[in-house]
Design a protein around this ligand. Structure first.
Ligand code: ATP
Ligand code: MG
Length: 433
């Protein structure tokens, strides 16, 4: 590797220092846009707890081998998109491209199966070296849920209904798409037939499809290229070829979703990008997103724990893209509440500035948000800061106010002023009087 590529020197700015930009496809969320992020995380913790899920935190870096085995070396994620590096010649590591493999590793490593079925959720950054575009980034964030140890369809239905409930609480309506991708009993024969069927139509399919026909034929069904659609619409469907246990499972999930009042659509071409899925596959999509319409995807992975060296343990999970959810929330014009200072202290002189510091500290300890401009200066400039901060009231403090213990509270919206005793400020601000 060339040394100069390790020390990127961006174009120098008009200031004396050298400006270094962020990494392509990795975004900042500035305070002005963080509100939907905080809301989606707060509501996730609240809703998932109602359904008995508990938070797990795993590292952002894992052994490369975990993803190679757990996600599959044939998948685009591992094959093309993963950030892999050798850690000082000792071992091959990777930035996690998704959360399930790490959760499963932790489940096995800590012997969690002895405690019976487990419901876990996580949130955090994931990394995939994809071509950045709207809704697709190289560092992105997921909120995900996993259930370990339950094979019954009730578990699938409950999880899908929970995600539906979660989005509804955020005011987001998404289409629920459902499919069954079969299992080791019924999928292999179908895949052989599908490969032959697609192989006979290579000329009508795009280069990506052609490449996938041998490697991962199920993924061909997922192709979004317009010219492939007429062919793919006619492709044989796995839902018509499910073995009896898979069919019964699928019917049960559909029935229970009906009981729970979740509207869904069966999409026979819905597949998951990862090799380890069996039976239930689902996706939540929103028209507000454009091309990258999937806000969340999930499915059952009954063989995964065993594949990664654990005891046979069924599982099902989903992951939701936080950037995409933020885009939907912004498109809906959902304004999450921001904490605004109840009062902004304005210092008229030195004595007022010291008193403002003391009063602000006391209010904050009492749980009341307030602020001041430590630079002091002209009253006009301080009032401008009060406005920028969105303060409800401003209060001017100078030597006179400190001496008398009384000041005037100015309503920043109506511009009206009213007298207040400084010792009664907290009570006034909390609506006491
Ligand atoms: P897509 O088909 O959009 O590439 P995927 O099948 O690769 O999605 P999953 O691995 O199932 O996606 O991840 C679940 C969710 O994570 C997606 O539905 C999406 O909301 C989000 N997601 C996946 N990749 C990215 C990315 N590169 N940037 C932003 N969000 C992403
Ligand atoms: Mg992808």
């Amino acid at each position: 590797m060339r040394r100069d590529r390790l020390t990127p020197l961006g174009p120098s700015s008009t200031y004396a220092g050298v400006k270094i930009n962020g990494v392509k496809g990795m975004n900042d969320v500035l305070p002005a846009r963080v509100a939907p992020w905080q809301e989606m995380e707060r509501v996730a913790r609240e809703v998932f707890a109602l359904y008995g899920y508990r938070e797990v935190r795993t590292p952002s870096v894992e052994q490369y081998a975990l993803f190679a085995r757990g996600v599959g070396e044939m998948t685009d994620i591992v094959n093309k998109e993963m950030y892999v590096f050798e850690d000082k010649g000792e071992e091959m590591l990777a930035l996690r491209p998704e959360g399930t493999a790490g959760a499963v590793r932790a489940f096995i490593e800590h012997g969690c199966h002895v405690e019976g079925p487990q419901k876990w959720f996580y949130l955090g950054p994931m990394f995939r070296r994809e071509r950045p575009q709207k809704g697709r980034y190289r560092q992105f964030h997921q909120i995900g849920c996993e259930v370990f140890g339950v094979a019954e369809p009730a578990c699938d239905a409950e999880q899908i209904a929970m995600l539906d409930d979660y989005l509804a609480r955020l005011g987001v309506r998404a289409e629920v798409k459902l499919n069954s991708v079969g299992d080791a009993a019924c999928r292999p024969a179908y895949l052989d037939d599908l490969r032959t069927w697609l192989g006979a139509r290579r000329a009508a399919l795009c280069p990506d499809c052609n490449e996938r026909i041998d490697r991962n034929p199920l993924r061909v069904l997922d192709c979004k290229v317009e010219s492939c659609q007429p062919v793919l619409r006619e492709a044989p469907r796995l839902v018509d070829r499910l073995c009896e246990p898979c069919r019964a499972h699928f019917e049960a999930v559909k029935g229970m979703l009906g009981d729970l009042g979740v509207t869904f659509e069966v999409d026979p071409r819905l597949v998951r990008g990862l090799d380890y899925y069996v039976r239930t596959a689902y996706e939540f999509a929103s028209g507000a997103l454009g091309a990258q319409s999937a806000v969340a995807g999930g499915g059952r992975y009954d063989g995964l724990v065993e594949t990664l060296g654990g005891p046979p343990t069924p599982g099902i999970g989903f992951a939701l893209g936080q950037e995409r959810l933020a885009l939907i929330m912004e498109a809906l014009g959902r304004k999450a509440p921001v904490e605004r200072p109840a009062v902004f202290f304005i210092a008229a002189d030195e004595a007022g500035a010291r008193e403002a510091m003391r009063r602000a500290a006391a209010l904050r300890k009492a749980g009341i948000a307030c602020d001041l401009d430590p630079r002091g200066g002209k009253l006009k400039g301080q009032f401008r800061q009060a406005e920028r901060a969105g303060a409800r009231f401003a209060l001017v403090l100078g030597g006179d106010e400190v001496a008398s213990g009384r000041a005037r509270l100015k309503d920043m919206e109506t511009r009206e002023e009213s007298p207040v005793a400084l010792d009664e400020l907290a009570a006034r601000l909390t609506g006491g009087r």
